[in-house]
Ligand binder design. Structure first.
Ligand SMILES: [Zn+2]
Length: 276
């Protein structure tokens, strides 16, 4: 019977992933979600329902538009597959603990993927996704039995509070915005969903990941500029420009939140056992 649950969650994940693609493309452009109907990015021909079945249409069409044969961008398939995987992991980890929490966590993962994708390509986190997460968090706080309700409320305060302090301190020291307000709201509502222990782990993981990746990215950029100016050693590389460049933070925070959601309990247990 259990295998059936996982199959159902896998299919739901694919369907939600398919819908997520619409949100990812249309929300930042302030377009209506279902109007106009879906069209090929290249030839603008209307996509029929049977060419929009998650995963299967992509395989059947071999990743190309039926009309103009142009390649369908791979990130559509990636969003569907990652949603399928996340939904199945949620079912595996949480279904036997709390069924409502499982559905809330799965939906949370899908919204987080949308947020990461939109922040990565547009550097914004639209409020409607934060509000959706807030509603899920409120439902979880009232109805889910997997965590005491106060752990979720503390998570809300800590997730938002810690980033708000960083935001204010960063603004005073560097005289500019070191992160967006959207990142603060994101961590507050995520704290409401995964609780205070989870959100601390998410902050820790997300910020370390962000530091490592951004540092490597900046070093790579400086190296590239130096290589380009190899013949003019007198040209100084202007590092301040590279340092002050704006980077999206939400994708790293999202990875931290999903990591904390899935393996947080094991890590927290292991960590408390160290001192027991
Ligand atoms: Zn086409």
């Amino acid at each position: 019977m259990e295998i059936l649950i996982y199959i159902v969650f896998g299919i739901l994940g694919l369907l939600v992933g398919n819908l997520s693609n619409v949100f990812i493309v249309r929300v930042p452009l302030k377009m209506k979600i279902f109007n106009p109907s879906f069209r090929c990015d290249t030839c603008k021909s209307r996509i029929k329902w049977y060419d929009n079945i998650p995963l299967f249409s992509f395989i059947f069409l071999k990743g190309h538009c039926r009309n103009c044969k142009s390649q369908i961008p791979l990130h559509y398939l990636f969003v569907e597959l990652i949603n399928m995987i996340l939904w199945i992991i949620c079912a595996l980890l949480f279904w036997h603990i709390d069924m409502l929490a499982t559905i809330i966590f799965a939906l949370t993962c899908s919204i987080l993927v949308i947020i990461a994708h939109i922040d990565f390509s547009h550097k914004i986190i639209p409020d409607r996704f934060i509000i959706s997460l807030l509603l899920l968090g409120i439902i979880a706080t009232i109805f889910c039995g997997d965590l005491p309700f106060y752990e979720r409320l503390i998570g809300f305060a800590l997730g938002g509070g810690i980033l708000l302090i960083f935001y204010l301190v960063g603004r005073i020291i560097s005289k500019r915005e070191v992160m967006g307000l959207g990142d603060i709201k994101l961590m507050a509502v995520a704290g409401l969903i995964i609780g205070w222990k989870g959100i601390l782990l998410a902050l820790f993981t997300g910020s370390i990941l962000a530091c490592v990746v951004l540092l490597l990215h900046q070093l790579n950029k400086i190296k590239k500029i130096k290589m380009e100016n190899k013949n003019n050693p007198q040209i100084q590389v202007d590092i301040t420009n590279i340092k002050n460049e704006e980077y999206p933070l939400a994708p790293f925070l999202v990875i931290g939140i999903i990591f904390a959601l899935f393996v947080g309990n094991f890590i927290i247990e292991w960590y408390t056992n160290l001192f027991a």
